[in-house]
Design a protein around this ligand. Structure first.
Ligand SMILES: Nc1ncnc2c1ncn2[C@@H]1O[C@H](COP(=O)(O)OP(=O)(O)OP(=O)(O)O)[C@@H](O)[C@H]1O
Length: 385
């Protein structure tokens, strides 16, 4: 499943070549319109409608088996949808063969040709397209420069580390100048430290190539939050949430998205004032009223979940923190660069992440938490619809 072997092998017939040229000319968005994929009658991608806008990185995240790779393979042309349509730019590619779609692809296990040197691996797609020697030399040099691998051009894959092999795989995918780059868990075979530096490199790569549209499949929410302009959350073959990264993290639309995008404290509350006439909603927990960012789908009297991220809860008052929540301390953990304090309020356990504390609170003591209404969003309580 490599870009070189599977997508570029073989001669292109004339209509496919024309379509490929058209894909190259059109704007470089990726659009799924009601795409359904089934394996032996089992639906694994269910009416996916989603757009990756030109030049953005969209991270497709979700648990194992949620359909992320299937969606990406449908764009690549390795999976044929049972229904729905896929466009790259203005061109419908649903029925085009993989090599005619104008895409680059990088998968988890590098998939470099072991018997070819780095240069030959990177130039493979261009050679299959019949590009001139001068063009190939220029492109290979440029792509190896982009991924910082110029000085390894004559090595074989076995002479490279995992991170270096993945850089070569990225250079190979970029060599054909794709409008769209598909990345399927590209970092998951690497150890944690190299993964972090590769995330930074991918962010730099995207700054260097701002027109490149990237569909990035990962199950790692921190990679998605770091790299992506927008995030789509999948579950059981369905799209569960989609939006720009910051707002989606800050105001997730449902419990699954809130918890999949990072640690979320979810406190059951009742809507006291939905906030239609004011910038903030008011919610009640026991005898206490707190303010939060309104959710237009939640009316007065509805049961809801107040969502606050652990680092948005503070142990001391701040001028912009308008909410005070009295709690009881359950546990205090020092983790070097931070303290994690677990507290309880009205039967719900909350997690607070704080910079290291000189005087951590005692277990069993009462502790006021402070937080800003803008850091508190409201979700429907699916257990009490
Ligand atoms: N070729 C296939 N034949 C039959 N079932 C398949 C095939 N490929 C994938 N599936 C099934 O489709 C569902 C979705 O798989 P997919 O690989 O898209 O999930 P994913 O979200 O990418 O998971 P992971 O994070 O584990 O890679 C799974 O239940 C999987 O078992």
């Amino acid at each position: 499943m490599t870009v070189s072997s599977t997508m570029l092998d073989g001669a292109q017939d004339a209509p496919s070549a024309r379509a490929a040229a058209a894909v190259g000319q059109a704007s470089n968005s990726i659009r799924f319109d009601g795409v359904t994929v089934a394996y032996r009658g089992t639906v694994v991608l269910d009416h996916l409608t989603l757009e990756v806008r030109p030049g953005e990185i969209l991270a497709l995240i979700g648990p194992s088996g949620s359909g992320k790779t299937t969606a990406l393979r449908a764009v690549a042309g390795f999976v044929r949808p049972a229904s729905g349509r896929i466009h790259i730019g203005d061109v419908e590619v649903t029925h085009l063969p993989p090599y005619a779609r104008g895409i680059g692809m990088v998968v988890q296990n590098y998939a470099l040709f072991p018997h070819m040197r780095v240069t030959e691996n990177v130039s493979f797609g261009l050679r299959a397209q019949g590009a001139s020697r001068d063009l190939i030399a220029d492109r290979v040099r440029e792509c190896l420069r982009i991924v910082g691998m110029e000085s390894y051009a004559h090595r074989y894959p076995r002479e490279l580390s995992g991170g270096q092999q993945q850089r070569v795989a990225i250079a190979r995918a970029l060599a054909i100048q794709p409008r769209v780059l598909l990345l399927d868990e590209p970092l998951s075979a690497l150890d944690a430290q190299i993964r972090r530096s590769m995330v930074e490199e991918l962010a730099r790569l995207h700054r260097d190539l701002p027109d490149l549209t990237v569909l990035y499949v990962t199950h790692d929410q921190s990679e998605a939050l770091t790299l992506a302009d927008s995030i789509a959350v999948m579950r059981d073959g369905r799209l569960h949430a989609h939006g720009p990264t910051g707002p989606l993290y800050q105001t997730p639309p449902n419990r699954f998205a809130a918890e999949f995008l990072g640690r979320a404290n979810l406190l059951p509350v009742v809507i006291e004032d939905a906030g239609y006439a004011s910038p903030l909603a008011q919610v009640r927990i026991g005898g206490l009223v707190l303010s939060a960012t309104p959710n237009r789908s939640l009316d007065k009297g509805a049961q809801a979940l107040l969502c606050v991220r652990p680092h948005a809860l503070s142990l001391s008052p701040r001028p912009d923190h308008d909410n005070v929540l009295p709690t009881t301390v359950h546990e205090v953990l020092w983790q070097g660069d931070q303290h994690v304090v677990t507290v309880e309020v009205a039967g719900t356990v909350l997690r607070v992440v704080s910079p290291p504390l000189r005087q951590p609170p005692a277990i069993g003591s009462t502790l006021d938490l402070h937080f800003a209404a803008v850091d508190a969003s409201l979700l429907p309580d699916e257990d009490h619809p």
